[in-house]
Design a protein around this ligand. Structure first.
Ligand SMILES: Nc1ncnc2c1ncn2[C@@H]1O[C@H](COP(=O)(O)OP(=O)(O)OP(=O)(O)O)[C@@H](O)[C@H]1O
Length: 250
């Protein structure tokens, strides 16, 4: 296995506040890695830096052998690193299919396309389980369907690494399990590497191969789920309050 992404000493300040401090880890191709940590630990800030939405104050991000620190987010997408957001960001007023089709118009999607954008979009809708709802305006989609739509739009760029920011938040059990199955399939069948933030702990631990735990912007542990649940620093900073967090999410 080779490394697809390396975070080398990522630091991010907001004024006097140190949101990320010398964060270092490596992601292997085709694996599912989770980012764990209490509210405010720096998880979303880390995603924002990795995907080029905000610059790092210091440190380097290497994706697929290329330094991407300081690159615009659209250029990073074109290299094969896509993301979703905590709150889905569809084009309101358009149908699900039209939303996916917009994603199929990007340079990386077009360079790899063997079919017209509308045909690709229909295939992606099918892939994420939205085919029956393709013609529905996004304002009328459920939260679970909006999550699937966000994933389909990200997949349109043919990513090799997908960053998912709390994809299960706000979903009930009937939507959670099918979405987990989809994520497992994308990883197993298409070799898609995934980096995921998720507060629903039991689902998170069942999905990931490995966990990077953050607290106060620092990596406090890095290991398999079995190692992480036994790590004293993780228990102290996060797992003690996890039941509360799951209750908040429900
Ligand atoms: N744009 C910003 N300006 C100032 N401070 C910010 C900004 N974005 C994040 N922060 C601060 O940086 C810290 C890390 O925030 P971040 O959103 O990355 O945490 P998180 O681990 O994703 O939390 P959550 O689990 O609640 O989503 C917090 O203290 C937050 O208030």
């Amino acid at each position: 296995m080779s490394t697809i992404l390396r975070a080398e000493g990522i630091t991010r300040r907001f004024g006097g506040h140190l949101a990320l401090s010398d964060v270092r880890f490596a992601l292997e191709e085709g694996t599912v890695t989770g980012v764990l940590g209490p509210n405010g630990a720096g998880k979303t800030t880390l995603f924002n830096v990795l995907s080029g939405f905000i610059p790092a104050t210091a440190g380097t991000v290497v994706f697929d052998g290329q330094v991407v620190t300081g690159m615009r987010s659209d250029r990073i997408v074109n290299l094969g690193l896509a993301r979703t957001f905590q709150l889905p960001r569809p084009f309101i007023g358009m149908t699900a299919l039209e939303n996916i089709e917009v994603g199929c118009l990007g340079p990386r999607a077009r360079a790899r396309a063997r079919q017209a954008p509308a045909v690709q979009a229909a295939a992606l809708a099918e892939r994420v389980g939205l085919a029956a709802k393709s013609g529905i305006t996004v304002a009328n989609l459920s939260y679970g369907d909006l999550r699937r739509l966000d994933i389909a739009r990200a997949l349109a760029s043919h990513p090799r690494l997908l960053l998912l920011d709390e994809p299960l938040a706000g979903l009930g059990p009937s939507e959670t399990e099918p979405l987990l199955t989809l994520l497992r399939q994308l990883n197993a069948e298409e070799g898609l590497a995934i980096l995921i933030i998720e507060h629903k702990l039991s689902e998170f631990m069942r999905l990931v191969d490995r966990v990077v735990a953050l607290d106060y912007g620092k990596v406090i542990a890095d290991g398999t789920p079995a190692e992480i649940v036994r790590d004293a620093r993780v228990i102290e900073s996060y797992l003690g309050g996890a039941e509360e967090m799951e209750a908040e999410d429900a």
